[in-house]
Design a binder for this molecule. Structure first.
Ligand SMILES: Nc1ncnc2c1ncn2[C@@H]1O[C@H](COP(=O)(O)OP(=O)(O)OP(=O)(O)O)[C@@H](O)[C@H]1O
Ligand SMILES: [Mg+2]
Length: 238
C-alpha cells in the first residue's frame, strides 16, 4: 500500500528524517513510536506531501507519488489527522463531518458514536475553541472515519484523551481497519500499540527497528530512551 524508501529531509542543515525506509500493507495498522522530536510528525508531513523530501521516494499503491501535491495525494486516498487539529469558526461539527463524507456512504452520527461522542450533544457544536482539546481530536477522528481513506495518517490522535475515552479512540482506529483503510498510527500510548499489527521505532529520523508492537515497545524502553538521540545535546556542546 505505502512504500517509503530512503527518505531524507533536512531543516537548517540538520537531518530531521534520515534515510528512512518503511512499508505499510493493506488494512495494516502500523504504529510509529519514538521519543519527542525524533521525526514522527515530519514523516507524516512527508507522506502527506506537506514537505518534499531532499532525497528518497514515496510509493502509494505501486505508484511513485514523491512529486505529487497534497491535494493529489488526498485524491488518491491519503488523509492526515493533525497532531494539533485546526479550529474552524462558524462551522458546525455536523457540517464538518458531512464535508469529510463526500460520497455520503456513511452516517455521520455513527462516526461520532464510534469515537464516543453523543451525536445529540455534538452535531450542532461549533468546531472552534469551545470544543476541548480531546473533543476536537475525537471530532477529527470521526471526520477521518467519515472520509474512509485508503491510508489514514493519525498523528497522536490519542494524546490528551482521558482514560475513559481512550477505548473509543482505539475503537475508531480499529473501525478504520475494518472498513478497509491502512493506518499510520503515530503514538505514545500503550493502548494504541495494543491495536497495531506492527510497529516501527523511530530514532534520530531513522527507523531503528520494525517488529511486533510488544517487541518494539520493549526496544524503545531498552535502546532508544538511553541512546544518543539527535535532539539530546552531546556532552560538552553548548
Ligand atoms: N520546520 C522546522 N524547522 C526546524 N526544525 C524543525 C522543523 N520541523 C521540525 N523540526 C525539528 O525536527 C525534529 C523532529 O520534529 P517532529 O515534529 O517531526 O518530531 P516528533 O517526533 O513528531 O515529536 P513529538 O513526539 O514531540 O510530536 C525536532 O527537533 C523539531 O524541532
Ligand atoms: Mg509530533
Amino acid at each position: 500500500m505505502l512504500e517509503v524508501s530512503q527518505l531524507c529531509y533536512n531543516s537548517n542543515g540538520q537531518a530531521i528524517v534520515d534515510d528512512l525506509t518503511l512499508s505499510i500493507g493493506k488494512q495494516e495498522i502500523h504504529a510509529i513510536i519514538g521519543a519527542n522530536g525524533t521525526g514522527k510528525t515530519t514523516l507524516a508531513y512527508l507522506v502527506m506531501g506537506i514537505y518534499s523530501p531532499f532525497t528518497g521516494s514515496v510509493f502509494f499503491e505501486g505508484e511513485d507519488i514523491t512529486a505529487c501535491s497534497v491535494s493529489e495525494r488526498a485524491q488518491k486516498g491519503i488523509t492526515l489527522a493533525w497532531q494539533d487539529p485546526a479550529r474552524f469558526e462558524g462551522l458546525k461539527v455536523g457540517e464538518y463531518l458531512k464535508l469529510s463524507n463526500k460520497n455520503g456512504s456513511r452516517a455521520i452520527e455513527d462516526c461520532l458514536s464510534m469515537v464516543g461522542l453523543l451525536p445529540s450533544q455534538f452535531l450542532n457544536r461549533s468546531v472552534d475553541e469551545n470544543l476541548s482539546g480531546g473533543e476536537r481530536r475525537r471530532v477529527e477522528l470521526a471526520a477521518v472515519l467519515a472520509m474512509q481513506p485508503k491510508l489514514a495518517i493519525l498523528d497522536e490522535v490519542d494524546s490528551g484523551i482521558d482514560m475513559a475515552s481512550l477505548p473509543y479512540i482505539m475503537q475508531g482506529v480499529s473501525a478504520m481497519k475494518s472498513q478497509g483503510s491502512s493506518v499510520l498510527l503515530i503514538t505514545h500510548t500503550k493502548d494504541a500499540l495494543d491495536i497495531a499489527d506492527r510497529a516501527s521505532l523511530l530514532c534520530g529520523g531513522k527507523v531503528l527497528q520494525t517488529g511486533s508492537p510488544e517487541e518494539m515497545s520493549q526496544w524503545f524502553g531498552d535502546h532508544c530512551v538511553i541512546c544518543n538521540h539527535i535532539n539530546v545535546p552531546e556532552e560538552g556542546s553548548a
